[in-house]
Design a protein around this ligand. Sequence first.
Ligand SMILES: CC/C=C\CC(=O)SCCNC(=O)CCNC(=O)[C@H](O)C(C)(C)COP(=O)(O)OP(=O)(O)OC[C@H]1O[C@@H](n2cnc3c(N)ncnc32)[C@H](O)[C@@H]1OP(=O)(O)O
Length: 719
Amino acid sequence: MAQYTRVSGSVGLITLQSPPVNALSAAVRQGIVDLMQRALSEPEVKSVVICGQNGIFCGGADIKEFGGQMSGPPLIPMIHAIEAASKPVVAAIEGIALGGGLELALGCHYRIAHSKARVGLPEVTLGLLPGAGGSQRLPRLIGVPAALDLITTGRHVTAAEALKFGLVDQITDHNTVNVAVKFAQRVADQPLDARRISTHPCLCPSDVAVLFEEVMQRVRRTARGAIAPIACVQAVRAAATLPYNQGMERERELMATLFTSGQARALQYFFFAQRAVGRWSMPSGARWDTSKPRPVHKAAVIGLGTMGRGITVALAQAGFSVVAVETQEKQLMEAKQAISGMLERGAKRRGVAPALDKINYGRNIQSVADVDLVIEAVFEDMALKKKVFQQLSAVCKPSTFLCSNTSGLDIDQLACQTRNPELVVGMHFFAPAHVMKLLEVVYGPKSSPLAVATAMQLGKKIGKVSVAVGNCRGFVGNRMLKPYLEQALFLLEEGATPEFVDQVLEEFGFAMGVFRMSDLSGLDVGWKVRLADGLAMPDPTMGQPTRLRQGRRYSPLGDLLCEQGRFGQKTGRGWYQYDKPGSQVAKPDPWLHSFLDEYRARHALVAHRIDHQEVLERCLYSMINEGFRILEDGIAAGPEDIDVIYVFGYSWPRHRGGPMFYAATVGLNKVLERLEHYYQAHPDVPSLQPCHLLRKLVASGSPPIQKWREVIKKVRSQL
Ligand SMILES: CC/C=C\CC(=O)SCCNC(=O)CCNC(=O)[C@H](O)C(C)(C)COP(=O)(O)OP(=O)(O)OC[C@H]1O[C@@H](n2cnc3c(N)ncnc32)[C@H](O)[C@@H]1OP(=O)(O)O
């Protein structure tokens, strides 16, 4: 909807009204079309201002409409009509002007923005391009290089930056609508021809062909298979090389391909999934909207290894006072230096002062006595963590929330060490903790909704996407990673190479294949866990076959590499070889190939040709199957939670929506059929056995992912 008022006698004010972000729904578009006609037909009206209600100009096209039949007046002719209007039209931009919202503003003759407003063309993040003339008008207004940057990244820019680009004509700290109305009165009689951006020549640098070549190469390299960024470059190239009308035609063609693509569907699903995880619920019935968080003013981090340092930086950068504790003097000195460096580099990048004074360092756990929340980040060792929790419980105020950054240990066992187990939750950060967006907030059987709500809110305040998950070994992310890693090792035993497995996964869109990723994180990390679990190094006198442990198939390949001191990048050798320890350039290692040959010979394994499809299906479907088990067990509330965890924590390609959305795209019956096939071939691998929920969903006719929760509820109630 849109509202019309006449202000100051001669200005027609059109206010977009569609909460929460004044998206351009069919009703809003109809309103703009009708009200523009009215303003143009009223002789007293000399100029027009377009604004949005509640301090928000416009969040762009209504994304919810994309899935269905589009109705109402289309955007392109609506914006053309504004640009062609005989009276000056001024956009009064408060809050945001994004996507179609900015394209609408680009159709206006003038743009006035509040100093706190942000503008951008984020369509690429939804698998689209600015298809309402944005790809043609923006380069004409701000030049090709800046337009390419904004359109291919989708980044939002501040009003100050927009002014520098020439994207807006004026910024103000005052009431934007009032300023725009006065401005509209001033320009009422000015000629409009030069203000119609579509008539401008495109602003191209002299080496524009080279620029496009370079940008296209960079975009192809970083897109990881996403098609929208490439189409964005093609659309801007059309603006630079074709007359406006032909450029618009090219924009339309490119948009038509993107609009119906699976990638756009995946990215739009993901947009809503990110928002859905904020509406968390627990099996007890506690929910985001009925559980109030308690404010946290002062926090503490215990243990300043890699994770503890990153968490400290994340907290300090967000303005929290932090007590950072490390009991070893040498470690503490190193950590202090590293944290200061991280804060200084971050502050320089963001053009602010480093938050060094937010942190108080200490060696004594007593120094956390008065904090509101503690995040323990000591080694991943249950005995050590239990001790720390006992100490914290004795030292801290009774109301202090005690959180663990464990990546998979039992939160309940930690809670049991404390006086107030209801205040204990997991806060599982991902390395590097000050950069990675994901936070798993883990509730145990005793965790209170208050503790979950507080941890979720803290996560949001430090810029994380927080997902509430239940307590089980590995929680959601690492639990699903286990079968994925396991399949990758089995594929090596059966004849594949690390290079081939990684190539297939990287072609799928992962930033790194499983073996390159293991080399980066360090093979010793998982080895230590397997040793603690009694999986690595079986006692040969027990007569346990090497490739069978605890009743199931086991590959000791990773353990054997660790026994040789091959821990990955840090030792210069792992699944690949590196020029020197710490180097990041992975090269195939002939030693490893011979090692695999010898290993196969020792275990009488005959290498067979493994194709692309088998690698992908076994790695991904075993992981997806575990995802269904997690839903069945109630560890994740819905498929969106799993997908958000995988995209933000495990570099799952966003344009594929996440593992559960991918399963829906492939077809659940196909996933089931392939798992059955592989399980038949490998009956000693339980992770390949299709789980009950997957079977149930297929039996229910494979409903769309948005309906899975109904089936999940039934399955859970039957258990
Ligand atoms: C021919 C095609 C022409 C044009 C194409 C387009 O315009 S595509 C759309 C381009 N616009 C965007 O990508 C903006 C998307 N929105 C955002 O980035 C953020 O929502 C925004 C506007 C910065 C606000 O962020 P904030 O953190 O304040 O709120 P939140 O993200 O939780 O959003 C609040 C609710 O608004 C819903 N919403 C936001 N934008 C849209 C939209 N464009 N269409 C429909 N709905 C939108 C969002 O889903 C939230 O609702 P909820 O019920 O909580 O899911």
